[in-house]
Design a protein around this ligand. Structure first.
Ligand code: BTN
Length: 268
C-alpha cells in the first residue's frame, strides 16, 4: 500500500494555507483528536492531519467512522476563525459544498443530504464532522474532520454499513488518485471557507442548494430527546433545516439525524 507522503502531497498543491503544514500518520485514534492536541501547541490555521487508519474514528451522532488504510481519505483541518465570523453550521455546509465540487471535478454527480453527507446514487461516500475547540482569549478554534471513500470495494465496509455506504470506485468504476483528490479538495475547502471569512454565507447557501437532496422530502428527524416526522421545507439564514411537522408547525433543526423517507415532492 502506498502511504500519503509529505513530499508527494506538497507537489502540485495549489492552496495558500490549507495543507501547507501537513502531518501524515499511519495510525491515529482520530485525526480530530490529533488536531485538538496541535491546537494546544499553537498550530496554525490550515494545518492538516491525515491518517491511514483511525482506531477511534468518529462520526456525527456518536457513530463510528471506519476506514481501510490506503483506500480513502481521513483527515482534519485546523481552523481558527475570527470571532463572530463563523458558526459551526457555516463551516459544515461550506465543507459539504467543497467536497461535492471535488467529486464533480472527478466526473461524479454527488448530492448533499443535510447537513453535509455526500451521496452518490443515494449512498454515502463522504462524511464531515465539525467540532468546536475551547474558546480561549479572542480566538476560537474549529476542527473540520472529513472522511471520503475513494477506492474501497464492498469487502472494505463493515456489515452494518455495507448497504448504505459507497465509494467512488464502487459507484463509478473509477480508481482515484488519492493525492490529486486530496489536493483538489483542500483547494475547494480553502475557497468555500474564504466565502465565510468574507461574510458571504449566502454564496455557501446558494452552492449548497444547487446540490441538495433534502428539501421537499418527507423526513424523520431524530434528536437527543425526541423523534418527529415532517417535510423538509427549507434552510434558514444560518443553515439550519426547516421542517414542517405533522401539525403544520415549521421547526428549526440545528442538529440531529435526518432520514429521507420518500422521493421528492414535486412542486407544481
Ligand atoms: C459522519 O458522517 O458522521 C462524519 C464522519 C467524519 C469522519 C472523519 S474521518 C477524519 C475525522 N476524524 C474522525 O474521527 N472523524 C472525521
Amino acid at each position: 500500500m502506498k502511504y500519503l507522503s509529505f513530499d508527494s502531497f506538497q507537489k502540485g498543491l495549489k492552496t495558500k494555507t490549507f495543507g501547507r503544514s501537513f502531518l501524515a500518520l499511519s495510525r491515529a485514534t482520530s485525526t480530530n483528536d490529533v488536531a485538538f492536541n496541535l491546537i494546544h501547541q499553537g498550530a496554525l490555521e490550515g494545518t492538516v492531519i491525515a491518517a491511514e487508519e483511525q482506531t477511534k474514528g468518529r462520526g456525527r451522532q456518536g457513530r463510528r467512522w471506519t476506514q481501510t488504510p490506503g483506500k480513502g481519505l481521513a483527515f482534519s483541518v485546523i481552523l481558527r476563525p475570527r470571532m463572530g465570523m463563523i458558526e459551526a453550521a457555516g463551516v459544515t455546509l461550506a465543507a459539504g459544498v467543497a467536497a461535492a465540487k471535488t467529486l464533480e471535478d472527478f466526473g461524479l454527480k454527488p448530492r448533499i443530504k443535510w447537513p453535509n453527507d455526500l451521496l452518490l446514487n443515494g449512498k454515502k461516500v463522504c462524511g464531515i464532522l465539525t467540532e468546536m475547540g475551547p474558546k480561549k482569549d479572542k480566538m476560537g478554534s474549529v476542527v473540520l474532520g472529513i472522511g471520503v471513500n475513494l477506492n474501497q470495494t464492498k469487502r472494505d465496509f463493515p456489515g452494518e454499513i455495507k448497504s448504505t455506504a459507497t465509494s467512488v470506485y464502487l459507484s463509478s468504476g473509477k480508481k482515484i488518485n488519492r493525492v490529486r483528490f486530496f489536493q483538489r479538495l483542500l483547494l475547494h475547502l480553502e475557497e468555500s471557507y474564504g466565502w465565510l471569512a468574507e461574510d458571504r454565507f449566502s454564496k455557501v447557501l446558494a452552492e449548497w442548494r444547487k446540490r441538495e437532496d433534502s428539501l421537499n422530502r418527507q423526513v424523520k428527524v431524530t434528536q437527543s430527546r425526541r423523534v418527529f416526522y415532517g417535510q423538509a421545507v427549507g434552510l434558514d439564514e444560518r443553515g439550519a433545516l426547516l421542517v414542517r411537522n405533522d401539525s403544520g408547525i415549521v421547526e428549526t433543526v440545528h442538529s440531529g439525524d435526518v432520514v429521507m423517507l420518500k422521493s421528492k415532492i414535486m412542486r407544481r
